[in-house]
Structure formats: structure tokens, C-alpha cells
Design a protein around this ligand. Structure first.
Ligand code: ATR
Length: 271
């Protein structure tokens, strides 16, 4: 039996176990997905122990995504983002991937959104970093708007320092309406809208030529997505991003075609 899992603290409400176990069941794989909650200073010990015990792959969540960097060989993208959320133990040393970035890209692609124009990313925390690097990597020109402008400036500088061809600009949240005039894609990577009926964007700044991805998945239909729908925009809820970061991890771990529909059904059923 292959053992996969998640380390985080806390992990009890994670949606990854039902999503991955649904994939094993759909493919009749002899595998289990287990959650582990090491102490907050125990990330590297947990990685070493998991490897020793023969765990085949681990997802990593808060607060360990940065801490595990020193225990793995990060991919260039994970190193640039500065965070790892998926570890593959079949390589030596273990490889650290960041599938949050590609999760956003694939969530948009699933909805036939073309990723070659202008993107606006709201948020410059962990999620914002991954999404902004992911979209810039696709060749989009990216504006990052954040409440704390200094954080947006740091992220823009980090992306512009890499070999990514596109240019990335920082902004305050006040700049959003003018940034959105020419935008093709908008991603909310802040926690605004989580368990609250509030949007980080004035409704009248949204328009029909936008595709809007909200990384918030609780609730699934956020105020931002409701406003975007009313404006005629394409909308993509946060469960798609969660799904595709998991699909990407599944692909790294198993080299199998992922049963995306079964994973999506299980994820939405658990939400
Ligand atoms: P995550 O890893 O989920 O991205 P994080 O690193 O704590 O979490 O980042 C949270 C993001 O949400 C940040 O961009 C934060 O803005 P600041 O950098 O200014 O803190 C943003 N955020 C959280 N609460 C917010 C609020 N009430 N209004 C606007 N932005 C908010």
C-alpha cells in the first residue's frame, strides 16, 4: 500500500483527504492519504521521518510551507515563490513543488480562459505570491494590488528579478478600478470574503471582459463572484484552484491520469 499525506497545524478540516482518497478509489489504487500534525517547530523532523517510514508523497500546508524548503530540493518555481506545498519522495533528495501556482493557472484554463493578457492579483501573502508567479510564468503581464503596498512592491520586485519575461507592477487597493479597466483576468488571493459578505473590489469596477477567480472557497459563491456574475464576467470559484493543486500533486506522485471528475465531486461534496 502507498501512503500519501498532509502535514500542517492544524489539519483537521483539510479537504485534501477526501479528494485524494476519491482518486485512489476511482482508479482502484491500494493507497491511503493520512493527515499529520507535527508541532509548529517540527517541519524538517517530520519530513525526515516521513521519508524514513516510506511515505510516498506529502502535501504541506500552513505553517510549514516555508520551513520545509531546507529539507527538500525545491523546483525553480517553488524556490522563487519561497514555499513548497507538495513533496515527492521518489527522488533523492525529495523534490519540493509548489502546485498552488499551477492550481490557479489550471483552474482558469479549465474555464477556457486565455492566459496571455493582463492579470490583476489582489493579495501579496502566500497565496498571492503563488498566483502572481504562476500567471507571470504563463507570460501574462501582472499587476499586484495589496492593502500593504510594501508587500506588493516586494513581490513585484521578486518576480521581476527572475527570468520571467513579463513585467509586474505593485499597487494599493485604491488603484484597483483603474487597473481593472484593461484587465482580462482578476484573482482574489486575500482572505476578504471568507465567511463574510464582503468583496475586495468595488462592484462597478467589474466588467464582462473579465475572468474572475476567487481563491476563497468558503463560501463558494463569494460577494466578489456574485458581483462579477452580475457584471457578465466569467467566474471561477476557489474550489477549482484547490482541485487543480491536488490534481497536479496526484500527477507528480503517481504518473497516472488523474480522475479529475471524481476528485472534484469528492471535494465539492466535502465543502
Ligand atoms: P495567505 O497565505 O492565505 O495568502 P497571508 O500570507 O496571511 O495568507 O496573506 C493574506 C492576504 O490577505 C494579504 O495580502 C493581506 O493583506 P496585507 O498584506 O496587507 O496584510 C490580505 N488581507 C487580509 N485581510 C485583509 C483585509 N481586511 N483587507 C484587505 N486585504 C486583506
Amino acid at each position: 500500500m502507498d501512503v500519501y499525506g498532509l502535514i500542517g497545524n492544524p489539519v483537521e478540516h483539510s479537504l485534501s483527504p477526501p479528494m485524494h482518497e476519491a482518486a485512489y478509489e476511482a482508479l482502484d489504487r491500494d493507497a491511503r492519504y493520512v493527515t499529520f500534525e507535527p508541532p509548529t517547530d517540527g517541519a524538517t523532523d517530520a519530513i525526515t521521518s516521513a521519508e524514513t517510514l516510506g511515505v510516498a508523497g506529502l502535501n504541506v500546508t500552513v505553517p510549514f510551507k516555508q520551513d520545509v524548503l531546507s529539507a527538500v530540493e525545491p523546483t525553480p518555481l517553488a524556490a522563487q515563490i519561497g514555499a513548497v506545498n507538495t513533496i515527492d519522495f521518489t527522488t533523492e533528495p525529495p523534490t519540493g513543488h509548489n502546485t498552488d501556482a499551477i492550481g490557479a493557472v489550471r483552474a482558469l484554463a479549465h474555464h477556457d480562459v486565455t492566459l496571455d493578457g493582463n492579470a490583476v492579483v489582489i493579495g501579496a501573502g502566500g497565496a498571492g505570491r503563488a498566483v502572481a508567479f504562476g500567471l507571470a510564468d504563463e507570460g501574462m503581464s501582472v499587476d499586484i494590488a495589496n492593502r500593504t503596498v510594501k508587500r506588493a512592491q516586494k513581490l513585484a520586485a521578486d518576480i521581476n528579478e527572475t527570468a520571467v519575461a513579463s513585467s509586474v507592477s505593485p499597487s494599493s487597493l485604491d488603484g484597483l478600478p483603474s487597473l481593472l479597466e484593461d484587465a482580462d483576468v482578476l484573482v482574489n488571493a486575500t482572505s476578504v470574503g471568507m465567511e463574510e459578505d464582503r468583496s475586495p473590489v468595488p462592484a462597478n469596477a467589474l466588467h464582462a471582459d473579465l475572468a474572475v477567480l476567487d481563491a476563497v472557497y468558503s463560501p463558494l459563491s463569494t460577494r466578489l463572484l456574485e458581483d462579477a456574475k452580475a457584471a457578465g464576467a466569467t467566474t471561477v470559484d476557489g474550489a477549482w484552484m484547490l482541485l487543480y493543486q491536488g490534481v497536479e500533486a496526484f500527477e507528480f506522485w503517481t504518473d497516472c491520469d488523474p480522475p479529475v471528475e471524481a476528485m472534484n465531486d469528492a471535494l465539492r461534496g466535502a465543502l
